[in-house]
Design a binder for this molecule. Structure first.
Ligand code: NI
Length: 172
C-alpha cells in the first residue's frame, strides 16, 4: 500500500466526470487499498479516485469511531455508485481534502439510497442519513466533477473566491 498525492483545487482532474469501472482487476484493488491508506493518513472520512488523479467511478468512506470507540459505520468501498433516491434536506458543515482550510454549510438531501458494487464486484444498496448520507453525496459529486463549493450560494462562493485569492497571494 502507498499514500498517493491528493489533488487540490483547481486541478482539472477534479472537474472531469469519471469513467465507469468495467473490470475490477488487480490495479483497481491496489488503487482501493492506496485510497483507504491516503484517506486515513490525511485524515479524512471520504476520498474519490479522481482526488488521487485516477478518473474512475470509485470512492471510499470511513466515518471512523464514535466517542465510545465503536465504529460509526463499517468502511465502505463504492464502485460505480449512483443515488437511487433522496428524501428531505439538511444543512451541515462540509469540507474537502482537495480544498484545504475551507469549510462551509452545504444543503443536501437528509436521506439517500445509493446503489453500487463492492470491491468484489457484488452489487449492494445502502440507505443512509446523517454523516453517511452527507459523505455519500459529497463523494458521488466528486465522481461527477462537482465540488461542495459548487453547491454554495453566490454570496458564499464569493467569500470562498476571496479567501482563495488571499491564500494564493500569501504563498506567492
Ligand atoms: Ni471532497
Amino acid at each position: 500500500m502507498a499514500i498517493r498525492e491528493i489533488k487540490k483545487y483547481s486541478d482539472p482532474v477534479l472537474r472531469q466526470k469519471t469513467s465507469r469501472v468495467d473490470v475490477i482487476d488487480q490495479s483497481v484493488q491496489v488503487l482501493i487499498d492506496d485510497m483507504i491508506e491516503t484517506m486515513h493518513a490525511a485524515p479524512g472520512v471520504g476520498l474519490a479516485a479522481n482526488q488521487v488523479g485516477v478518473s474512475l467511478q470509485l470512492a471510499v468512506i470511513d466515518l471512523g469511531e464514535r466517542e465510545d470507540g465503536e465504529p460509526r459505520h463499517p468502511l465502505v468501498v463504492l464502485i460505480n455508485p449512483e443515488i437511487v433516491s433522496t428524501q428531505g434536506s439538511v444543512t451541515a458543515d462540509e469540507g474537502c481534502l482537495s480544498i484545504p482550510d475551507f469549510s462551509e454549510k452545504v444543503k443536501r438531501a437528509a436521506r439517500v439510497k445509493v446503489r453500487a458494487k463492492d470491491r468484489t464486484g457484488k452489487p449492494f444498496e445502502l440507505e443512509a442519513e446523517g454523516l453517511m448520507a452527507k459523505a455519500l453525496q459529497h463523494e458521488i459529486d466528486h465522481l461527477n466533477g462537482l465540488l461542495f463549493i459548487d453547491r454554495l450560494s453566490p454570496l458564499k462562493k464569493n467569500i470562498f473566491q476571496r479567501k482563495l485569492k488571499k491564500a494564493l497571494a500569501e504563498t506567492a
